[in-house]
Design a binder for this molecule. Sequence first.
Ligand code: 0X9
Ligand code: ZN
Length: 400
Amino acid sequence: MRCRALFSVVLACLAGLASAATGWWRVHIHVPDQAALQRLLDSDVNVMPCTPGLGHVDAILGPGEEFKLALLGLDYHRLGPVPPPDAWKGRENVGLTSSDYRTAYFTADQILAFFEDYRSRFPALINRFAIGTSINGETIWGYRIRRPAANSGREKGFLMIGLTHSREWVSGSVVMHILAKTIEGLTTPQTRPFLNNQGMYIVPILNPDGYRFTWTNDRFWRKNRRNNGNGTFGVDLNRNYSVGWGGAGSSGNGSSQTYRGTAPFSEPETQAVRSFNMLMPGMVACVDWHSFGQLVLWPWSHITTPPPTAAELDRIGRLMVTGLAVRGQTYRQGPAWELNSFAAGSSKDYFYDANGNAPSCTLELRDTGAFGFALPENQISPTQDEAWEAVRVLLGQFPG
Ligand code: 0X9
Ligand code: ZN
């Protein structure tokens, strides 16, 4: 038995050597059951957790990394080459103007400048809050957009979170568009007043350290940048919330893409958005914007039991999917565990619970896998358009 194991390790290493010089690949891994999925999530393979339904998960493998899958005993095939993760380095468009957010990805500084530009032009409508500090010491900002007349603090709040996962760049483009369209709605005369006793709450970049890292070092970095102290870096912020923390679809290994951290809310980034949500009363809906997969994912992520308001979530989800079709794309909606996989400790379960069962979803934007995280810039504006339609549906569900 030991001999056979040794033999397969040798074979695996040979396979690794053989592919050592062959660059970066997107691969399609066959995952036969939950145990195999957990084995894969516990490893340091750079999986794309947005892709599973039991059956397969996609991953990005660097030179010489294919042996890891052989060691895990998992079959896979190559989908196609991907650019090396540092291929984006130095490609920042420094001359961008704020109108280019429809056609180009913005760096962290450009996204924050975009928000600040709006705040300086509409000071009566926009407030900014320092909601926390990232692990590397960067301020995490939260914005509130509402009519000054709504100062009673009793307006219904809509919480929008961008760039939890740093490689999901289009989520940053979408939260900029939500700001722009919200201000457009508030400043354009219309028969029925927009955002009446409703407030938009946006955290544009929940994971600033990770996001900066995707521009400078590794385009496919997902987690925050905590030094886990054992040679590994990063906690998956979307496994660090308290509801169901530690359960299926999360990992205790620091090298894993779905590492949950040492305790619920161990990370300053999740603490920041938790306190923003707590301090601003009356949240009626939450969308944590992610990519990719074209999915509206509702609670629960950690168990298969239907949540108390499952029928209402399904009704709203159907309306959102109709709105999301405005640029010709098909999105699907449903319980996260069923449509995607288990993801214990995710934001949607926490905010659903913390806000008294207010609708709370992970919204996986474009695409369905052709480009994945590296969505081409000509797809930014249609993605923003369809995302805004989903927001409009949510606003319509909770009139002021
Ligand atoms: O794994 C995640 O956190 C989300 N996918 S992503 O690729 N954007 O990272 C999905 C979370 C959705 N919830 C469940 N799958 N239960
Ligand atoms: Zn994500």
